[in-house]
Design a protein around this ligand. Sequence first.
Ligand SMILES: Nc1ncnc2c1ncn2[C@@H]1O[C@H](COP(=O)(O)OP(=O)(O)OP(=O)(O)O)[C@@H](O)[C@H]1O
Length: 229
Amino acid sequence: MINLSAISKSYRQGNDDYQVLHDINLNIQAGEFVAIMGPSGSGKSTLINIIGFLDQHFDGNYMFNNVKVSDLKRKQHAQLRNQSVGFIFQNFKLITNQSVGENVGLPLLYAGMKRRDIVSRVTEVLTQVGLPDSYKKLPKNLSGGQQQRVAIARAIVTAPNFLVADEPTGALDSATSAEIMALFKNLNDRGTTVIMVTHDEQVARQTNRLIKILDGRIQSDEEVRHANT
Ligand SMILES: Nc1ncnc2c1ncn2[C@@H]1O[C@H](COP(=O)(O)OP(=O)(O)OP(=O)(O)O)[C@@H](O)[C@H]1O
């Protein structure tokens, strides 16, 4: 699904170029559950911004399902992002004065779906993330873990090809973090591709593949072995 070859990325700093990513080669298949780890500043966000079609300015070749991403016009790139990726962030990024249901339904509203269909799809995904009775609640009246479930519901509501989660458990205590990881695992078991950035090795060990980044290079890329499998 995702094929990166020789991806490099530099930022201009004064008269110098500062290279953040060096020659990244990476293939991710549909159905994978991948963790990306690395120290602060190692290039993780830069990499997932390219993978998630937020950044089209890079060197090298990114093929997404046989589409050459760098050949796309700006609008096509944005369209690919809206149709193919669901994003989840550390701080949830919910709209505080809108209800849970409105937050989750927003990507469908943008996609032009009818209101009645939106309500039924939103109800379905809220049930899937374990919040069947929260449609009319405001995010501020939910716990952190529940708010992250809402954000996950919003990310999956359009049935994207893959999810990009940037430190999704970073703001949660360890018990809540375990619950959110169980939800990601459940989604992955049902076929959702998940690419997750985390600082937490415990969290990373619950995925199926661990990629470590150091100074903009892939340092290691290994299958995660689980005790009971
Ligand atoms: N827009 C930008 N302009 C210039 N430099 C940037 C820009 N974005 C990121 N950088 C630099 O690129 C490097 C990698 O940043 P990036 O955010 O990808 O790292 P990261 O691994 O995600 O770090 P963290 O774990 O702290 O989020 C850093 O040195 C950062 O300062």
